[in-house]
Structure formats: C-alpha cells, structure tokens
Design a protein around this ligand. Structure first.
Ligand SMILES: Cc1ncc(COP(=O)(O)O)c(C=O)c1O
Length: 381
C-alpha cells in the first residue's frame, strides 16, 4: 500500500474561487486579499491581518516593524524549521536558542529568563506541531524585561491554551500557508496584530515601502505614489487569497477530522514499547498540524527508511537546528548545547496526517509502525 506523507484537500470550491479571480483582470493584491485578511483576523479574534507571501516573510517583517536589527538578540527555539532563525539573521540580529520541554518540544519557558541579556529585544516562541507554548508565562517574562513577542504560529492557526488564542498575547503573530499547512495556497503567509501602527507599517513594507497599494492605483483616479521606506516584495495576491477563503470556512471541520485521526493514532500507539509521543498540554486546543512519534535515536534513521520502503511517506520535523552546517559555522553550538532539543531531533518521525487519509491507510500506518519498531527493538531486521 502507498500512503503519501501529505495530500491537500483542495477541491471544487477552491477551483471555482480561483477561476473567479482569473475571470477578472486584477490578479495581485486586491479585494480577495482584503476579504481574506478581514476573515482571518476575525477567526483569530485579532484586530488586523496583513496577507504576505510566506511565514518567513511574516517573521522578517514582524522583526523589522518592531525595530529589531544589528546588535539585537532574539530568544527562540532550536526545535523548529530554520526560517524562524534565518528571519532573525536577515535583520542583522542574532538568534539565541533556549532548550525545549521534553514532553512537548516547545520552548522551555522556565529557561528563557537565564538567556536574557542587555541586548535581548524579542522572544519568538514556536507552537510546535500545533501545541501552544505557555504564552501566559512567556508574556510575563517579556513584560519584566521590556521585550516584544512574535509568535511563530506556522503550525497553530486553530490553537488555544488556558483560554488564550494564538497571537492573543503577542505583539505580532506569524502564519504559514505553505503547501502542507492546515490551510494552504501553495506558498503564502500572514501576520496578525492588535496594533494599527504595526499593521500599517507591515502593509507598506510588504510592497517595496510604497505608500499606496496596487489596488488603490488601479481602482482610483491616478495619483502619484511615493516611496517612504525601504521595503520588500512580500504581498499576498488575489489568487492565493481566493484559494484560502473557502478553506477558512472549513477550518474547524478539517481540524475535527485531524483530531479524530490524532486520537486514533494516539490510542493505537500509546503502549508500544520503544515509541513515545509528545504529551498533550491540558486546557488546550491542539491544532493537530503534525503527528510525530519519538523512537530510539540509534534506530531512527533505519525505521524512517524502512517505513518509506513499505510505502509510507515520512518526514523529520525537525533535527535540532543548532547542528545544521550554517548555524554551526555561525554559532558553533555543537552536540550537547541543547540536549532536549537534540534528543527530540534524533528520535522524531512525522507520520502521514491529513483529512483524506482513509481508515485502511491509517490502519496500515499503525500496523507498519508497530511491526517496524518491534523489528529493530528485537534486532530482527
Ligand atoms: C515553524 C515554522 N516556522 C516558519 C516556517 C516558514 O514558513 P513558510 O514556508 O511559509 O515561509 C515554517 C514552514 O514550514 C514552519 O514550520
């Protein structure tokens, strides 16, 4: 049997939405983007949303808009995708990693304060796999040291913890609509914020630093525009927004399907020796973006390749990023620097996890994972 690692659920509604844009003459940032921004902000209970081309762009502009640059330090996690830290580097600031919790893989809030120096300006928590970090605690630390918070919510649109929604306690939250994310436009991203000034600044920075959007120039009588900042080209377009709008309407329905799958996997895999899973945080809503298992590090790669040989798509989210070549060159934080993150990075495997997975495929994944782990544990490979 073949089980893809990921399959999107885009169908007729999304095709019609894109076709409707293609039937107009306006393809770039316009009315579809404005509508998506309004509805996405409403879904999250945020005041403002700005549509962008990726979460990487969102993180970059969030940092720039908050005035972070050369000489500044930004506290974040090594258990994430590289973009969380490369966005910091693009501003000229330095990422300062803090180790993670052993049961969730999220940044360990109890270790953040030790990493604060006079140069620290911001914290970027990442809600790994869709489980929220302890935002109440992180906000308190930030307030004590006069730091801003940018949430990397690439996995976490639907997340909630202790009655707090994702982005609620942040200065800016950043989202991804990359090909495998909970809602997707192939590539895409957004920020949310409750600050009008930050939203307006990011709106200008996403389009070169020009003080007027293309839609204004198209729909209104010509007026000269001006360049008022040195910006980037990070604006979401109407085609991306059209693709996202129907998915936003179905976001909770699709979450429920992934929650059911999450429960099926968890129940079937919870008492298997040689296999652990991240623990669910109480009083929280998990966005169920990725389903990961943790196996014995000495067998991880063998199990990973063996599952692939048996037709199961897998991924590794993530190897601890301090150990990647470029970050080793820059910071030299070798093995032992972040023991918990490194242990997770050495043992993790992500399994196929999406609403279109059939019960037969789900059972095949479960049976194959159990038998494959058993094989290596008993040395009968
Ligand atoms: C945690 C995290 N942060 C940031 C990103 C970057 O997102 P994008 O691909 O939209 O730039 C990703 C993407 O996979 C991610 O998983």
């Amino acid at each position: 049997m073949k089980v893809e690692f990921y399959k999107h659920s885009l169908g007729q509604e999304e095709k019609e939405a894109v076709n409707a844009v293609l039937d107009t003459i306006f393809l770039t940032t316009g009315d579809r983007v404005a509508l998506f921004e309004k509805q996405f902000a409403a879904y999250l209970g945020a005041k403002y949303c700005v549509g962008l081309t990726s979460c990487t762009a969102a993180l970059h502009l969030a940092l720039i808009a908050l005035g972070i640059g050369p000489g500044d330090e930004v506290i974040t996690t090594p258990m994430t995708f590289v973009a969380t830290s490369t966005a910091i580097l693009h501003t000229g600031a330095t990422p300062v990693w803090v180790d993670v919790e052993s049961d969730t893989g999220n940044i360990n809030a109890d270790l953040i304060e030790e990493a604060v120096t006079p140069k620290t300006r911001a914290i970027i928590p990442v809600h790994l796999y869709g489980q929220m970090c302890d935002m109440r605690k992180i906000r308190q630390i930030a307030d004590r040291h006069n730091l801003v918070i940018i949430e990397d919510a690439a996995h976490a649109i639907e997340s909630e913890r202790d009655g707090i929604r994702v982005g609620e306690l942040a200065d800016i939250a950043c989202f991804s609509f990359y090909a495998t994310k909970n809602i997707t436009s192939g590539e895409g991203g957004a920020i949310t914020t409750n600050s009008q000034a930050l939203a307006e600044k990011i709106q200008i920075l996403r389009l070169h630093g020009i003080n007027r959007e293309a839609a204004d120039r198209y729909t209104k009588r010509y007026e000269h525009w001006d360049l008022i900042e040195t910006g980037w080209k990070y604006n979401m377009d109407n085609i991306q927004a059209a693709l996202l709008l129907p998915q936003l309407r179905k976001i909770d329905e699709n979450l429920q399907k992934r929650q059911e799958l999450y429960n099926t996997y968890t129940k079937a895999l919870q008492n298997i020796s040689g296999l652990q899973m991240p623990v669910e945080t109480p009083d929280s809503r998990h966005a169920c973006h990725l389903f990961t298992i943790w196996v014995d590090p000495q067998f991880r790669d063998k199990i990973l390749f063996d599952l692939q040989d048996q037709g199961i798509g897998v991924a590794v989210n993530y190897r601890s990023i301090n150990l990647l070549t470029r970050f080793m060159q820059l910071f030299g934080k070798g093995r032992g620097s972040f023991p918990v993150s490194e242990r997770i990075g050495d043992s993790t495997i992500s399994l196929p996890f999406y609403p279109l997975l059939t019960p037969e495929q789900t059972n095949y994944v479960i049976d194959t994972v159990i038998s494959t782990i058993g094989k290596y544990k008993t040395g009968k490979e």
